[in-house]
Each structure stands twice: as structure tokens, then as C-alpha cells.
Design a protein around this ligand. Sequence first.
Ligand code: OSB
Ligand code: MG
Length: 362
Amino acid sequence: MRIASIKSYPLELPLSRPFETNFGRFEVRRVLLVAVSTGDATATAECPVFGPQYSYETVETARLIVDQHIGPAIVGETLEKPEDFVERVAFIRGHPFAKSAVELALWDLWARGRGQPLWRFAGGEREHVRCQISIGVKASIEELLEAIEAGIEQGYGQIKLKIRRGWDAAVLEHVRNVYPDTPLMVDANGGYTLQDLPMLKALDRLNLEMIEQPLHPADLRDHALLQREIATPICLDESVDSIQSAQAAIALGSCRIVNIKLARVGGLGPAKQMASLCRENGLTVWCGGMIETGLGACYNLAAASLPEFVHPNDITQSYAYFDIELVRPPIQLRRDGTIQLPERPGIGRDVDWEMVQRFTTR
Ligand code: OSB
Ligand code: MG
């Protein structure tokens, strides 16, 4: 396949309500869309940077890497398979979010060329994927309970709660009392240290499915020490940004579960590789989210369809975080808490370019 052009579109999307985590409070979601064209066909993917809080990449750095480094390396070039892309851009150290957007668009182009849904082309097997909704830090317990109730009401089979200092074990104890049987997990986004062991042990008594990224992303050693102290599985997110860091986490025993985000690992090819490495070593995985639009969700659905992805995924239906949507038809959660994979070729949905233009900032 010959790549004819790559274009990038910075967007600023208003959130329906502010999303607050250990990183702070956000009222708008700034992301980059990337469109890759062969001349005959164009595919679009979302680059869901959340930086520099989540990682060092931002809309500006991703755009620079896509336009000034990835573009010149692959426009006019012919690739034999989507996996070739990773090698062609290996000279760019890091910047997985920027790479992933182009890589994902290539997968969509390839699948469409074969007339196959992306998930099946990529090796997915599940036709329905289980989903959870991620709920941010709220101003009060009442507000939190309302959001949880709304999530359960919509059908999500598991709830993920963001925690940070001052909004952790006591809040979770309250939630657990109200919802004794609902599958719950927490995500700390690296906000704690081993000095918080008493609080982490209090969480350990609440029958949580997992504790995501409790400690600093670079601290694989302390995660390994913590995993020996608690029975709840540790799930790593930010810490596992490459095959090498996944290998280190496995060798040290830093976690039992990995949240695989397509953008964090550089795309679907690297995600598949990481998923099989985890399975070979007895770890389980699921697909993480970054408050994406439905466009990002299309690719996440394909990943979640892979056989290694066994936990509920951070994939929500359209309009969960935004009052607008960029793809049609919208994504819908079924009453059983799953989302169905599409049968149409590629990502199986159309980009609404009027919406994209309306929110492009340039
Ligand atoms: O750590 O998983 C995270 C959103 C933005 C940045 C980081 C994270 C998140 C989420 C949202 O938890 C999950 C979702 O998109 O469903
Ligand atoms: Mg996380």
C-alpha cells in the first residue's frame, strides 16, 4: 500500500461535565485527529493525548511528530503490511501517541482493502465486548453515588472510580456499603507512594477487581513491593509504555493485570504484541480509554475483541463524556453491558466531517 498523504486536525471538544482526576480538572478535551490517505481511500484515527499530565505528549508535540517526522518517513512509501509501520518510525524515540494515530489509520485502510471488519482482520474473536465506565473525582459523595447509579442504570457491568489523596479509602468504603456486589475498581493515576500503605491496605479490604496505577509510573520496584503486601491485583497503565517496560514489570512482579491503551503503546500492532507477552507470562489485560470520542472507541473495540482482553474495557457509548459525536452511527451499550462489534469493513463507522470541521482549532 502506497501512502499518499497524512493530515492532522487539532480539535477542542467541550466535555458534558468536567472530568477530574489526580491530574486536575478538565472542561474541554483537546485531541488530534490524523487522516491517512492512499489517494483512493482515507482513514482517520484519534490521537487522544492527555498531556503533559498523563504523559509528555500534547496536541502540539503529537502534531509536530506526525507532520514533521512520521509524514516525511512514510508519505510516498509503500508498506507491505500494517506491522511494517512500527519499524519505519522506530528512529523516532518515544512519542507513542503520535505514532499510534497513523498506525491505527493504516490498520483501518488495510482492513477495508480486504473488505473485512477491522476487529476480524486484526485477529479479534469476540463479537461483543464488556465495558465499564470511568467516573472522576466529584465534589461530594452524593454526586458520586448519582454518577454510579447512572452508570449502572445504563448497563455498565463494572465501575471504575478515580481516586486521589482525600478522595480514596473512606469514599470507597461508603460506595462499597451502598453497592455490596457491584464490580468496582479504582485508578490512582500514580498519585501515591509506599508511605500510603495503610490507605492502600484499606482499599485491599473492599473486594475491588484491581487497583490501577497506584504509584509513580517509573516506580516498578515499589509496585512489586506493594503487590506483595496486598491481595487485590495491581493493574499498570502509565508504567507500561513499551514491550521493555512490560517485560520489566513481569520480571519484577509489579502487577498481575495490564491496561493496554492503543495510544500509550504505539498502536494496534504493539498492543497485540504486548497482549501475547502478558498472556505467555500469566498476566491478563483489558483495553484502557482516554476519554476518546466514538472514533477512538472504534479502534478500542477492535482491540477489546482480541482473545487476550478478558476484563471489562474503558469503552463507553456515544455521549458518555461529550454532547457531540464524531462518528455515525453512534456507539450504543447493550443492556447486558456489552458493545457489539460492527460487521462493516474497517472501523465500521463513518466520520462526520462537518462535526470535525466545527471543532477544529487549527
Ligand atoms: O488513566 O485511564 C486513565 C482518562 C484520561 C487519562 C487517563 C485515564 C483516563 C480514564 C478514562 O480513566 C477512561 C475512559 O476513557 O473510559
Ligand atoms: Mg489509568
